[in-house]
Each structure stands twice: as C-alpha cells, then as structure tokens.
Design a protein around this ligand. Structure first.
Ligand SMILES: Nc1ncnc2c1ncn2[C@@H]1O[C@H](COP(=O)(O)OP(=O)(O)OP(=O)(O)O)[C@@H](O)[C@H]1O
Length: 815
C-alpha cells in the first residue's frame, strides 16, 4: 500500500502552486506556436507529390493524435487513408469510396480530431464535430475507435443512439451540451436539435457521414434533411462508404463545396476485397434450412454470420437451430431487440472464437467483428450493394474470408447478372451429397410440441413472403416462382399461412419504418396468387392425425373463429409488428375482462346479472361484495363449477364432447349395432393414436434427460430451457421489446466457447461443398493469419449499457 511522505515543511499541508498569469500566457503562446507550425505543415502538404505518404508518422498531425494512433498500434496508412487524410486535413469536402474493411473509419476520425485541435477547440466552444452512422452498433464502434485514437486529446465526446435503456431526451440533452464531438444515429440527433432548446450546433466545424449512401437514401431522408437545416453551411463535410454514390442531389442536399472524389479501388477488377472467396449455391427455398443446417454442422470450428431478411426469420432460425443443438454457440441479432441485448450479443460475438450469429442487415454495414470466417447469405440480399456490405464482414483489412450466397433457382439468373455487372467474382458450388441433412421432421416435431415455435415459424414465413413480394427488383424476386407450400412444410409448419398484401408498398420504406411493421396505410387488400388458402388445400389432401392436431393447435393463431370469439386482436408480438394482426394476432381470452364487460352490460337497476358460463345459473350481483367477487378469478371459478370439455371441428366450431343426434339422423346412419361397432373402432383408433403420441413425448423426454446427464458428466453447465419436468423447451423471447425479462433471455444464451449447445465436435469437420465444374473440393482455408497480429478488436472495458456509454460520454477522451 502506498504511504504518504511527511512534508518537509514540518507537517503543513502543501497546495499546488497557483499558476501565475505569466505562466499561463507563456503556455498559451507555446500552444499557439505549435498550432501555427502544424498549420504550416498542413499547408505545405503536396497533394500531387509522386511519393505518397505511407506512414502516420509522416503526416502533419498534432502530438495527441500521433500519440493516440501509435498507442493503438497503427503505423502504416491504408490506401484510402493515404489519399483521403491529406485532403481532409487541408479542409476539403470529401466523397470517399473504398472496399469494405479497408480502414475508412480512421480516414475520417483523424481529420476530425485534427480539425478541432487546430481550431484550439475547448469545452466552451460546444459541438465541433458530428459523425452520423446508420446503426447503433456502428455508432458504438466508431465511438470506440475515437476513444482509442483520441485518448491523448482533451475533447469531450458523446454517443447518441437513443434506445429504451438510455436516458430521456431531456437528460441526454443536458449532457450533450458539453460535448465537442458526437457520434450519433440521424433520428436521435434530429430529435435533439429540434426538441432540446439548450442544444445547438451553430459552431459545427465538421460533419461526417459513415455509410453515406445508406444515410442519404430514402430511409433516412427526412431525418437527414431536417438535421442539416440546423447545421451551419460553412462547415467541412466528409462522406464515406464502400458503395459510395456521387448523386448530385445528395451533394446539393448537404451543400458540399467542390468535393474531392476519392475512390481508391475504382480501377480494381473487383468491387470486393481480393482476399475474399465468394461462392453461391443454388438451393430451392424449401431446402434452404436443411442446407444451412448442413453447412453449420460441417463448420463447427468457425465464426459464422448468417444473414436473413427479417428479424422474424432470424428468430425462427435461431430458436429452431438452438433446439437442434448443432454443436456451436448460436447467437442472434436484429433491430427489434432491446439495446442492452444488442450490445451484449455484439460483445459476445466479438469475443467468441467459434460462434454462429444469425442476423438481419442491422450488422451488414461497417461492423468490424474480428476474425469472421464465413458470411452466409441465406436470404438473397435486396441489391448488390447490400451483398457487398454483407460479405464485407469477413476478409477485413489483410485477413482472409469466405462467403456463400444461397439462391433459389428462380433467383439465380437475375442475381448473377447483377453481381457480374458490379464486378463481383463469384463461383458456383454444390453441396456434397453426404453433407446434406434434412431437418424437416425435427422441425415438424418441434413445432408440434412447442406452439410458440410454430407461431414464430408462421410469422417468419409471412415476413419472408412479404419481403419477397415487396422487393423492388422483380428480375430477381418473383413470388410466383417460389414453392411456398413446400417452404412452409420445410419449416415444420402444419399448413401454408394465408397472407394478405397491401398495395403499392415500397420495401425500403417498409424496412425503415421500424415500429410500423410491414403493412401500412389504408390501401385496399389483395390476395396474391401463389399463396394458397389452407382450406383449399385440405380438400384434395389426405390429412393425417398429425395434420389435424396441428390445425387444432393452430386455431389460437390462425382461425377466424377465434377472432370472432374474442372480438379483438391482441398481439403479444414482441417485435411490435402490428402488420400480422389480421392473421396472427388473435389471442384466446375469456377472462375477468370479459366478465367485467358482461357486468357493465347488465340491467339499469343496481342489480346486474351475469350469465353463467357453460350453461350455469346466472350470477346475480345484488351487493358490492358480490360485485367484487366477480373480479376474483378464484371466487368465480367456484361459481362456474366444473369446466365443460368441448371439441372443435375442422371449421373451428366448438361442440360438446358427445352430442345427441336427432332420431332421424340416428336412424339414417344405419343399424344401431353397426353404429356402436363403428364408434368403438373409431374410439379405439383414437386411443391408439394418442398412445403413439404419448410414447413419442416420453421418448423425447428421455432423450433430453440423457443429453442433460451427458452434459453434466462432461462437466459442462447445463442450461435447461425446458420446464421443470423435462418437457419441451420453451421459447424465451425476453430480448425483445415485449416487456419480458431480458436477463432471463441472456442467461439462456450460449456462452461463447463454453456453451451447452456447443458439444465439442468429435471429428474435424470436412469440406462441406464441392466446386460446380470440377467436383473438386474447395479448400477450407486456414483461419485468419491476422489473429496473432494484435489487431483484434476488443471490447474489454467496454460499456454494456447505455448508462455506461453515457458515463463515458460525459468524460473526456483521455485514456
Ligand atoms: N492503418 C491501419 N493499419 C492496420 N489496421 C488498420 C488500419 N486502418 C484500419 N485498420 C483495421 O482494419 C479494420 C477495418 O477498418 P474499418 O472498420 O475502418 O474498415 P471500413 O473500410 O470502414 O469497412 P466497412 O466498409 O465495412 O465499414 C479494422 O479492424 C481496423 O482496426
């Protein structure tokens, strides 16, 4: 423990000597000289020099920046950095384009720090730099890099990404008034500028748009236009993306002045990194999940991102694969999860060695997960730009990576033409016969046992079909060419869900309307060809007992009978998507609320009569006590007596278990003995069927218990997702905005590297696919060489909640 030395002046406390005015003036003079010298070096920079700058040390940078860069172990400039930084230091507006993973973040962060340093920006000068990112994850990542390289500067920096777990707008605004640099998403920033009176950006020196094409597209159009109105026109503007557009309208919207277009890879033969191997597989839609599962099983010792088209697709794939326990930690990420869950999952995937992350395009752009081996696009991307960004999550900087695109036969021609036109080198491969695995039966089983999973599957199916229907590029996406019945079956669903579409929707608009879901407005509805109604199908198909039982359990979600019964649709959809309500949101409800309603409809006197349920005597409310009793489920249960068992026919109508037939019907149905015989046979068959069912359930429990025992024997912590008695695991969806406990969800997540899902593979996985033309195996490349190079992105001391983030935001950048 450190001890304090006795002061030499006999114990009198010593205070630091107050700096005299002369000292202060001298210090200020020194700083001004330094800045003047720096500015002179910047002015002397020869942009046309034939010997380009290759080292950070050769750039005219301030001491704090140089120290921060060096402490972050960056020494050599990447191409985009070498070209963009000198121009930006000279104050030019820039449109920067370079392949994914080529170091664009530093290309704009260094000029930001330098601009404010040379302007001798202080805490009293307010907001000096604004950096916009299209997603929260990317904003956080940029903020993180800023903290690293800006650690020696004295600027304050903040992260403004909104989210429910964060501060209120007012609290956030108070903190933001003290910030010099803000990294933010456009929507939240616009809110601040409009609603927080104390907050202004009148002094802003520099504006940066990362993933500029995305920020400028119609999804953010309103936010960006309104935000820009609050910014001074005489600022510097930097725009970067791997798929940069030079749209004149965009430049005008941002009032760029003679921007320099820096496109380092424009002349390159390919638009994607050279160290990226790209393949595609033609797999019919109904085999997609099988192919995906087969792929994951064959690559257990890998870090994989699987892109799917919607949050619901992601959740279904994640939940169903989780129950199949492929032997690799599974994670999932989509935009409707709570902020804390998103951060937690990002963090886990970042630090995982082997893991498979199912994700939507929320992580398609900019995110720098270290050492990703594979990017799988299980759902075809909406356009080539999205393709480029998705595959860019691997093969970053100097590391290698592989990408596989799954295409339905109907998508193949259209997509390949588009990829070719944008200089994407992609090769066809086929799945090896012995690596094919059908999981349809397992999924069917799981959906049968777990209505939540089936419900999720139905929603995933609907969201997929809707996404295809609303895709703009009809040369690739054609709903009529997809076998939707087979797709639904492959997901383990009992029938093909019926879907209604809204006319005249635009997919981008829908995608960017987070809380409005996929439908909007009051446009008329139409049924689409190719999506059969379950009823039509039933007629010409022999239905098994399983089909019947599926349909029966289906009633809580799909039958109109139930919607009539409860009168109102109440969706408990965690994703807040009301678009499915017409078909999916019906909840079986016959509770106190109904009784309340009934009571309120009673006679006008103060005696109210509630009809007894199931033909019971009416319950007379003639006193306060009785009225109160009405609100107690327990008391009413006594009054209700024994429940009556009802059965539902195929149309969803309820009947008593045994119904009396009329004498005419009875006589018309044949001799009494024959009827009795038929009845006995029928009932015996049902008992036998139920027996098979029960046995299967018992077998399933035994399997689960065995798995649990084995896991314990191996010394792994076993996460029991199921109920106490070993029943089927239930979905835990607390990660979403549905008010469930997110912690419960997080605990159910496999922990990278030590997960119960993650049985260590017994054998080394073999190559999973073969090349189309030669039948030769595609080499499984060794994992990235880069890992040992010390450039692994770490979020060790990183904030995990918005509170943490904000705590950081209020601090200075010094490390
Ligand atoms: N000069 C450098 N030296 C070494 N590594 C670098 C350098 N510049 C960037 N990197 C590393 O390269 C990786 C990719 O950088 P960055 O995230 O900035 O790429 P990007 O071009 O923005 O990619 P994307 O288009 O996907 O957003 C990061 O891990 C970063 O740390």
């Amino acid at each position: 423990m450190a001890t304090r030395a006795r002061p030499a002046n006999g114990g009198k406390p010593q205070f630091p000597r107050k700096r005299s005015t002369t000292d202060r003036l001298q210090k200020r003079k020194r700083e001004q000289d330094e800045v003047a010298d720096l500015q002179a070096r910047v002015n002397d920079l020869d942009l046309k020099s034939t010997t380009p700058i290759t080292k950070f040390a050769d750039l005219p940078l301030s001491e704090p920046s140089a120290a921060g860069i060096s402490a972050s172990h960056f020494t050599t400039l990447t191409e985009i950095q070498a070209q963009a930084i000198p121009l930006a230091l000279k104050g030019k507006d820039i449109l920067g384009a370079a392949k994914t993973g080529s170091g664009k973040t530093l290309a704009f962060l260094i000029p930001v720090l330098e601009k404010l340093y040379r302007a001798q920006w202080t805490e009293y000068d307010g907001l000096g730099a604004l950096i916009l990112s299209p997603t929260r994850e990317l904003a956080l990542q940029i903020f993180d890099v800023l903290r690293k390289i800006g650690r020696k500067h004295a600027f304050s920096a903040g992260l403004v990404i909104g989210g429910k777990a964060g501060f209120s707008l007012k609290e956030e605004a108070e903190r933001l008034t003290r910030m010099n640099i803000l990294v933010c998403t456009p929507g939240r920033m616009k809110q601040h500028l409009e609603q927080a009176a104390s907050f202004n950006a009148d002094n802003l020196q520099i504006l940066v748009l990362d993933e500029a094409d995305r920020i400028m597209d119609m999804g953010f159009q309103r936010e960006v236009d309104q935000l820009v109105e609050h910014l001074p026109k005489d600022r510097q503007t930097l725009m970067f993306s791997a798929t940069q557009s030079k749209k004149v309208s965009d430049l005008a919207r941002l009032s760029l002045k003679d921007p320099e277009y820096v496109s380092v890879h424009e002349a390159a033969s390919h638009a994607t990194p050279t160290n990226l191997q790209q393949h595609y597989i033609v797999t019919p839609l109904h085999e997609k999940l099988d192919t995906l599962y087969g792929f994951i099983k064959a690559n257990l010792k890998s870090k994989i991102i699987v892109f799917l088209s919607s949050g619901k697709q992601v959740r279904f794939a994640y939940e169903s694969f989780r129950h199949l326990q492929p032997g690799i930690p599974l994670l999932h990420l989509h935009g409707r999860q709570k902020q804390t869950a998103r951060l937690e999952i990002t963090h886990r995937f970042t630090s995982a060695k082997y893991s498979c992350l199912f994700a939507t395009d929320v992580v398609a752009r900019g995110i720098d997960f270290p050492a990703v081996d594979w990017v799988i696009q299980a759902d075809c991307p909406e356009d080539v730009d999205t393709y480029i960004h998705r595959v860019g999550r691997t093969a970053r900087y100097e590391s290698n990576g592989k990408a596989v695109l799954f295409l339905d036969p109907s998508e193949e021609d259209g997509m390949l033409k588009k990829l070719e036109a944008k200089k994407i080198p992609i090769e066809r491969v086929n799945v090896k016969e012995n690596k094919k695995k059908s999981i349809q039966n397992s999924l069917q089983n799981m959906c049968f046992q777990n209505p939540d999973l089936k419900y999720l599957g139905q929603k995933a199916f609907i969201s997929y079909v809707r996404a295809i229907q609303y895709q703009n590029d009809k040369s690739i996406f054609n709903l009529k060419k997809l076998d939707l019945d087979a797709f639904s079956k492959s997901m383990g669903l009992p029938g093909t869900p019926q879907i209604k579409f809204q006319k005249g929707e635009d997919v981008k608009k829908l995608k960017n309307a987070p809380r409005q879901g996929m439908s909007s407005g009051s446009e008329s509805e139409m049924d689409m060809d190719g999506v059969k109604k379950p009823k039509d199908k039933k007629k010409d198909q022999v239905r098994t007992k399983y089909d019947k039982m599926f349909e029966r359990t289906n009633q809580d979600v799909l039958s109109s009978h139930y919607s009539k019964m409860v009168g109102k649709a109440g969706d408990d959809d965690d994703e807040g998507d009301d678009s499915d309500e017409d078909i999916l949101a019906v909840k079986r409800r016959l509770d106190d609320a109904d009784l309340d309603n009934e009571a309120s409809k009673g006679p006008t006197s103060n005696i109210k009569v509630v009809e007894g349920l199931g033909g019971q005597d009416p319950y007379v409310i003639d006193s306060k006590r009785r009225e109160k009793a009405l609100k107690s489920k327990k008391k009413m249960a006594k009054f209700k007596g024994m429940p009556t068992k009802m059965v539902f026919d195929d149309e969803g109508n309820a009947h008593p278990l045994y119904e009396m037939s009329t004498p005419a019907d009875f006589q018309g149905a044949g001799a009494a003995d024959e009827q009795r015989q038929a009845f006995v046979e029928d009932e015996s068959k049902k008992v036998l069927e139920a027996d098979v069912d029960d046995k299967e359930r018992v077998r399933q429990r035994k399997r689960e218990k065995k798995a649990k025992r084995k896991a314990l024997e191996r010394g792994e912590s076993f996460v029991n997702d199921g109920d106490e008695d070993g029943g089927a695991p239930q979905l835990v969806s607390g990660d979403d905005d549905d008010g469930h406990d997110p912690i419960a969800f997080m605990r159910s997540l496999p922990v990278a590297g030590e997960d119960s899902d993650a049985e260590p593979p017994k054998k080394k996985a073999k190559k999973w696919f073969q090349q189309d033309d030669s039948d030769a195996d595609v080499d499984e490349q060794p994992r990235k060489k880069q890992k040992s190079k010390g450039k692994v992105f770490k979020m060790h001391e990183e904030p995990e909640t918005l509170e943490d983030l904000e705590a950081l935001a209020t601090g200075l950048l010094d490390g």
